[in-house]
Design a protein around this ligand. Structure first.
Ligand code: NAD
Length: 347
């Protein structure tokens, strides 16, 4: 392997263009050599923006390039499984945006394809690489919070990404709440019960595409701790990703939503700025997750976020969707296989 790992990236939308900018300019151990987007003007414009790197509209061009060691899949969700499998079959490592697939069987097939090709895969659960979330996780693991009683987390988008995106997203729980399920498992532990409530409150268009725009999900962890997740596509005031872990010895709060730390004080009022999207809030985390992926490749070890983690979060998202549609609590069982945790619904 060279000093810099040579990468290709497919899908230059909201997420992919940020990953591409990181890989092209902010991560010294990466060399982004080729980008692909089905939309020619998007591919071309991004290649110019990134200093004139190779671009194309065909994913095969990326797979056929023998110089490329790893592929970043940031295309629409329905394309992930096929693209990740094809990359593995071409002998390339894969960073796959979440979720791997909207079908659990296909998710496991991709995990198996990666394993049998002998390449590595990391999935885009960026929150695990955010400095605040990492510090809180370490404090919980060190026992500083004591016994955890309540895990509370909010993930709210300022505005909807639009119905074209939502139609292919796999639905609210698989697209949005998925991140919270991963965070909950990672920070607190395995989850045994999921009860979800959902609603269309802002625009009947969500109902027309069979989706919702707001949700509350209650959790019971295997430790006995309780959890509550609230999510919105239409928070209006900004982008929020805050969490609170209340334990017997301490409560940890993660609530960092400022671009800068200036407060403006006027009579009766104190103002501070507030982030408007995930890229602003998690700029460091998105860079760090890529650095982690590249370090794992260089050191020939598995990345921290495994395919099995992605599958577990997806099972929880499916359980939330079923809970919401059937109006009942879903119980889950986990089993361990080859050192990895897999979930299955039991009721
Ligand atoms: N980890 C995160 O925080 C996070 C945040 C947002 C999105 N995502 C994930 O990233 C993925 C992309 O989301 P987005 O919001 O960037 O979507 P987007 O719709 O903004 O962008 C998708 C891009 O893929 C391109 N594309 C479509 N079909 C293609 C094909 N066959 N070949 C190549 N390019 C193709 C489109 O032209 C578009 O530019 C989704 O799976 C989503 O779940 C993750």
């Amino acid at each position: 392997m060279r000093d810099r790992i040579r990468l290709g990236l497919v899908g230059l939308g909201r997420m992919g263009r940020f990953h591409a900018a990181n890989l092209a300019g902010r991560i010294p151990q990466a060399e982004l050599v080729r980008i692909v987007d089905a939309d020619e003007s998007i591919a071309h414009e991004n290649a110019d923006r990134l200093g004139g790197i190779e671009w194309s509209t065909s994913y095969d061009d990326l797979l056929d390039d023998p110089e490329i060691e790893a592929v970043i899949v940031a295309s629409p969700t329905p394309l992930h499984a096929e693209m990740a499998e094809a990359a593995a079959a071409a002998g390339k490592h894969v960073f796959c945006e979440k979720p791997i697939s909207l079908d659990l069987g296909r998710t496991y097939e991709v995990i198996e394809a990666v394993r049998s090709a002998g390449v590595k895969m990391q999935v885009g659960f960026h929150r695990r690489f955010d400095p605040d979330y990492r510090a809180a996780k370490q404090r919980i693991a060190a026992g500083e919070a004591g016994e955890v009683y309540i895990f509370r987390t909010s993930l709210r988008d300022m505005r909807s990404p639009g119905f074209d995106y939502i139609r292919g997203s796999g639905g609210f729980f698989a697209d949005v709440t998925l991140h919270d399920f991963d965070t909950a498992r990672w920070m607190i532990g395995e989850i045994e019960e999921v009860t979800a409530f959902g609603a269309v409150l802002s625009d009947p268009g969500f109902e027309e595409v069979g989706d919702i725009d707001n949700a509350i999900v209650n959790l019971r962890f295997a430790t006995g701790a309780l959890g509550v997740i609230d999510n919105s596509r239409v928070a209006g005031y900004g982008y929020e990703c805050s969490s609170e872990i209340m334990g017997s010895r301490a409560t940890l709060r993660i609530d960092n939503h400022r671009r800068i730390s200036v407060q403006t004080l006027t009579p009766d009022r104190m103002c501070q700025d507030y982030v408007s999207d995930f890229v602003e809030r998690f700029a460091d985390a998105y860079r760090a997750e890529m650095e982690h992926f590249l370090t794992a490749l260089r050191e020939d070890r598995d990345p921290e976020v495994t395919g099995a983690d992605a599958a577990a979060a997806f099972v929880l998202a499916q359980a939330a969707d079923r809970s919401y549609r059937e109006g009942r609590t879903i119980s889950l069982k986990r089993k361990e296989q080859d050192g990895e945790i897999f979930y299955e619904e039991v009721g």
